[in-house]
Design a protein around this ligand. Sequence first.
Ligand code: ADP
Ligand code: TRP
Length: 348
Amino acid sequence: MPRRLTAFTPSGELHLGNYFGAIEPLVRQQLPGETVVFVSDLHALTLPHDPAEVHRRTVRFAALLLACGVDPTRSLFAVQSQVPEHTELHYLLECATGYGQARRMIQFKEKSARGQQVRLSLLSYPVLMAADILLYRTDEVPVGEDQRQHVELARDIATRFNASYRPVFTVPRAVNPPVAARIMDLATPTAKMSKSIASPGVLRLLDSPDTLRHKVMRATTDGGTEVCYDPERGPGVANLLTILSACTGVAPARLAETFRGYGELKRAVADAVVAVVEPIQCRYTELVRADLHELLAAGAAAARELARPTVLAAKEAIGLLPAAHTPRDDRGGHAHGGKSGPSVASRA
Ligand code: ADP
Ligand code: TRP
């Protein structure tokens, strides 16, 4: 089985796009030793933030991910900053990454164009993300469309490092969920639903059912009256159908045939969204009151154990450690770039 990994940055509030684009596809297929999920709190420092909030928000994010179905008995679940191997590998990977490569990342271009003072970490954050991925010898990274370019960078860095030094890293690939790779903002259906944008068109996982219904009923729809799935000509209606499809598992074009008007479609979307979100909110209310300290400490210890051999192999390959210092890892040897590598039978 491929090892899958993803992470969530504790900035803003998780929304339905995050859920269907990244959380749900992962949760559906959790397998011990093969699934890694973490809260990427270091990534939250790339933009201005309130230090008093970072840790609190990280723990709330952890509680919400658990409420969404992340199961620590089947997934490795940790907080990034509690696993120092992430920052250790980050630096080694920076030494194998071109400045031009990092500067070409679309998110960096967009965020740095907003005119505020830009932190160096905003430029190098995709390299930290590559470290997150490569540390665990990840095969697949289930992410929405917007993160695809960063996973491509992780692939490039792994390939280049392996070719320049020695095959240390597994070359990962991004995998998309089938329908909901990009859920759009309900108020502006040409823009992606995003946690960093304050818009009435973002359906937050912790919005009350009434708020969710209200937001759906006020969603921007298109000129006509007919319900059809045409993302180009009718992005508002297509987005509602995509959301309903993600909630129900029925293809958007088939759903379109079952509605006579926009009002009927919106009521169905509101019901479906509330049905998905309500059980998550119930579990969250319990979990956010619980003490997650021990659970997260155990996750960090397990993550360190898994990550350590990769860091040692990378240090050895790049010349910081004498050859043959590296202990064998849990995959039975140094990592590789394809399917022909060492046996995975003995993985944790
Ligand atoms: P945001 O853009 O809302 O700040 P992140 O960039 O932190 O969200 O994304 C967290 C995960 O959720 C990533 O895997 C990302 O691809 C996915 N994701 C974010 N927004 C959407 C969306 N609108 N539709 C589908 N997936 C999304
Ligand atoms: N950068 C991602 C985001 O902002 C979160 C993230 C950090 C991530 N490390 C990762 C996603 C590794 C996938 C794999 O959404």
